[in-house]
Design a protein around this ligand. Structure first.
Ligand SMILES: Nc1nc2c(ncn2[C@@H]2O[C@H](COP(=O)(O)OP(=O)(O)O)[C@@H](O)[C@H]2O)c(=O)[nH]1
Ligand SMILES: [Mg+2]
Length: 366
């Protein structure tokens, strides 16, 4: 029996994890078993914490993107199969990754055709980011080689999903739909809100087809690698403790603002900055996101009560020197530790630039 393999791509911060949780709810409600696969360049992932907190079985692939760790992807799927035998795999590739058709979808079909039905490739976009990149609106942006990756992601999509429709009025929405349709005519375009649920059924309906077997796009791996090398990555886990209870929601917001302002001063564009804070007791979780240096922090989940001890996980991806990102986060942690009278012990801190993507397989045709 073959399981569905649904991959939801898109740039950092587009809403992939939020959308995958919606897909998981959708399939679970129809009696299907789901298994989720998260992916990152390194471990200590906010996304894994979020999806595990929702109770879904999840496997985390770290140390590179799906395409460069293809065997880890199939191993992760095998582990999920042994644990829960999913009917549907939901996989989130790294947001700075492209060429998924040739390096993941076609190899899966060719090598494991009997095991998986590969759904059309969805690529999510954040409408504010996309409107800037397509020149419809002004604002802070990434540099050309990072934009190369962004555009390649859209070029290989079967379905371009404009997410966050709740942020758009009809005029902005139509302008974006037209611009994307004109530029990326190979894709269906569907506009949804993973937050409100608006129009998700129209998108989910398209995923029951199989991916179109067209020739994969050409990719200049030098430009792709240079684009990734412009991005800084920081993953950190701290254990925080205080003698008296403190407001964890306020702490995350404060920390996000300090880091955001520091990066704005250094003219660094944030792609995605996300944090979770989990008290050591209970199952509550605070989640905070920033999806652009000029975007205000957004608390997705708030803690119901103050806490004294907890684990803070922080993932920052921005177009800038990782040392600079690290300096801003360290400074922010010192400031909040002082203000909230807490001790923050780093359990794991890593900052780096993603290495050159070297796919395990690359198959331009099916
Ligand atoms: N307004 C709005 N925000 C959303 C929507 N979907 C996701 N987000 C927010 O976008 C941010 C990034 O979402 P996430 O799912 O982590 O993005 P990922 O990096 O692509 O996995 C978070 O703050 C989400 O709450 C949506 O439909 N509307
Ligand atoms: Mg994510």
């Amino acid at each position: 029996m073959s399981a569905d393999y649904i991959m939801v791509g898109g740039f950092l911060g587009a809403g992939k994890t939020t959308a995958i949780l919606r897909l998981a709810e959708h399939h679970t409600a129809r009696g299907s078993r789901v298994g989720l696969i998260t992916n990152d360049q390194s471990h200590g992932l906010v996304d894994t914490t979020i999806v595990s907190a929702k109770g879904y079985p999840v496997q985390e692939i770290t140390g590179g993107c799906f395409c460069c760790r293809f065997n880890s992807l199939t191993d992760a799927a095998d582990r999920l199969t042994r644990e829960v035998r999913p009917d549907v795999f939901l996989a989130e590739p790294v947001g700075s990754c492209t060429d998924l058709r040739a390096t993941v979808q076609y190899p899966l079909k060719r090598l494991y055709g009997d095991d998986y039905r590969v759904a059309p490739l969805s690529v999510l976009v954040d409408p504010i980011r996309a409107a800037r990149i397509l020149g419809l609106e002004s604002g802070r942006n990434f540099s050309a080689k990072v934009l190369y990756i962004y555009e390649k992601q859209l070029e290989e999509a079967d379905v371009i999903v404009i997410n966050k429709s709740d942020l758009l009025n009809a005029v902005r929405r139509q302008a974006l739909e037209h611009a994307l349709a004109a530029r990326f005519s190979q894709a269906d375009i569907v506009t949804v809100s993973s937050r409100t649920g608006a129009n998700l059924d129209a998108w989910f309906g398209r995923l029951s087809a199989t991916s179109v077997a067209r020739r994969a796009m050409d990719v200049d791996y030098d430009t792709y690698a240079e684009g990734e090398a412009l991005l800084g990555w920081l993953n950190a886990t701290y254990s925080v403790s205080s003698a008296s209870p403190f407001d964890g929601n306020r702490l995350l917001r404060q920390l996000a603002d300090i880091v955001r302002h520091q990066l704005a001063d250094a003219d660094i564009e944030i792609a995605h900055f996300k944090m979770t804070l989990a008290p050591d007791t209970g199952s509550d979780l605070a989640v905070l996101n920033v999806v652009g240096t000029d975007s205000p922090p957004e608390s997705r989940h708030r803690l119901a009560e103050d806490l004294t001890d907890g684990e803070l996980i922080l993932n920052l991806r921005a177009e800038g020197d990782p040392d600079r990102l690290n300096a801003s986060v360290s400074h922010g942690m010192d400031r909040v530790a002082q203000e909230f009278r807490l001790v923050a012990k780093p359990a794991h801190v890593e900052h780096f630039t993603p290495g050159r993507p070297v796919p395990t397989h690359r198959m331009a045709t099916l």
